[in-house]
Write a protein that binds this ligand. Structure first.
Ligand code: UD1
Ligand code: CA
Length: 466
């Protein structure tokens, strides 16, 4: 019976090659910290506890990765072997196998950990290490094999001879150690190498020299194991990760018209038969229902969208949209907005912290802020809620079946009753009872024949007109 594997994730490095003030472990990748992908893959593989080695920016890293993990501090970053040494005191005494992963390889999947663990259990190897054969192995440690094919060591690029550099099989920084073998090997590491560091990779040579068995598990898909050391690698790994997520969505019944321009974060959920048109960005805690059309040109973040909605060429953040809602083009929906079933929002409309009832229309050139609006109401073009008096915000309440004529200025606090009519061009400062007409503008005067009379009087006075 296999025992639960424990895991160590190395995430203490500065990430010098990223050229950033921010620790590499929490570099955002599709909206999530880089290392969180590795942690989730380990969790999905059943590893517990997971010990994260932190050092550079430790407090910040710990805050971003969350409280589900144990943290070991590596105050000085003296190498990957040294990092693992800091985690050893946190290993449960009964642990038989230890999965070790670099925190900078976010494409990893739970299957790889399963395969490493299974191989370790079947072979009773002191260590199983994941290797990959790369077209361009630059930057990676190279796998050294004896003529028999047995793995006998790993040499870092900076320590490699030209012959060794030609080896294309690389160490990926994913391992499964037998706990006793790991405890034996770590104290024997030395830092006599090009970087003056304690390399975890040297445990392979140490173990084979001790006569222990090391097994290489070669990944059928080398891309799963790619690490991020530079921002260009971040971009490439990010692309691969995004394509994996888009593929998954397609398999679940979402149409993605143009994967190249669909930016969808892993936190987003989308229902069947929804179509993602080009240049659509779905971010954060966003849930989209079935049969929606999103895009082209949509930015949707931290929002919930029901079934059958049509949202395009608009910016929507922190909103809840029920079913059959349409938004766009050129609308800006801001946090705290709730649009009930069948609401239609058109062009050049900004809405903030407003609840709008079923079937209401806000089709053109409008600002609605801090308001509650009922069902089947029509908000005319150019309507403005004046919610701010320079010091405080006030609410506007508009009932069901209200007709707000074009260019109404609604000065909050204000309540407009059900079925009321607001005449076009009216600045409304007082409450309007239900079923009433409010008109607040000076009446028009028409002066019949005024133009003709003016022309005649000018001709009589000077006669110079042509
Ligand atoms: C490492 C391996 C290399 C392998 C590559 C795969 C070593 C010595 N080299 O090189 O063989 O091909 O990964 O991606 O292991 N870290 C610490 N503390 C430290 C140093 C590093 O926690 O003192 C962490 C880093 O934050 C990072 C991980 O360990 O998450 C790997 O370190 P990095 O410097 O990126 O190693 P590589 O040069 O990529
Ligand atoms: Ca790396």
């Amino acid at each position: 019976m296999a025992s639960t594997p424990v895991a160590i994730v190395m995430a203490a490095g500065k990430g010098t090659r990223m050229k950033s003030e921010r620790p590499k472990a929490i570099t955002p990748l599709l909206g999530q910290p880089l290392t969180s992908y590795v942690l989730r893959a380990l969790e999905a593989a059943g590893a517990a506890p997971i010990i994260v080695v932190v050092g550079h920016g430790a407090a910040e890293v710990q805050r971003a990765l969350g409280e589900r993990y144990l943290y070991a501090l590596q105050a000085e970053q003296l190498g990957t072997g040294h990092a693992v040494m800091q985690a050893v005191p946190y290993l449960p005494p009964e642990a038989t196998h230890v999965l070790i992963a670099a925190g900078d390889s976010p494409l990893i999947t739970p299957d790889v950990f399963h395969a490493l663990l299974e191989t370790a259990q079947q072979t009773d190897a002191a260590c199983v290490l994941a290797t990959a054969v790369l077209d361009d192995p630059t930057g990676y440690g190279r796998i050294l094999r004896a003529p028999t094919g047995d793995v006998i060591g790993v040499v870092e690029e900076k320590d490699a001879t030209p012959d060794q550099k030609a080896i294309r099989e690389v160490c990926t920084s994913f391992y499964c150690f037998r706990a006793d073998a790991l405890r034996d090997a770590l104290p024997r590491l030395s830092n006599q190498n090009a970087q003056g560091e304690y390399y975890l990779t040297d445990t392979i040579g140490v173990l084979t020299a001790m006569g222990a068995r090391v097994v290489a598990w070669q990944s059928p898909d080398p891309t799963l194991l790619l690490g991020v050391n530079t921002r260009w690698e971040l971009a490439q790994v990010g692309h691969a990760l995004r394509m994996r997520l888009l593929r998954q969505l397609c398999m679940e019944g979402v149409t993605i018209v143009d994967p190249a321009s669909a930016y969808i974060e892993p936190t987003v959920r989308i229902g069947r038969d929804t179509v993602i048109e080009p240049n659509t960005h779905l971010r954060g805690e966003t849930i989209v229902g079935e049969n929606c059309t999103l895009g082209p040109d949509l930015y949707l973040q931290d929002s919930t969208v029901g079934d059958g909605c049509h949202l395009f060429r608009s910016h929507i953040v922190g909103a809840r949209l029920d079913s059959q809602v349409s938004v766009g083009p050129f609308a800006h929906i801001r946090p705290g907005t709730v649009l009930h079933t069948g609401v239609r929002v058109g062009d050049f409309v900004e809405i903030k912290n407003v609840e709008i009832g079923e079937g209401t229309k806000v089709l053109h050139l409008t600002y609605l802020g801090d308001a509650t609006i009922g069902k089947h109401t029509n908000i005319g073009a150019g309507t403005i809620t004046c919610n701010y008096d320079g010091e405080r915000k006030h609410r506007t309440v508009i009932g069901d079946g209200v007709f707000v004529g074009s260019h109404a200025t609604l000065v909050a606090p204000l309540t407009i009753g059900d079925g009321a009519y607001i005449a076009a061009g009216s600045p409304i400062t007082d409450d309007v009872p239900p079923e009433s007409l409010a008109i607040a503008r000076s009446y028009q005067t028409v002066k019949a024949g005024w133009v003709r009379k003016r022309r005649e009087s000018k001709q009589g006075a000077g006669g110079n007109e042509q």
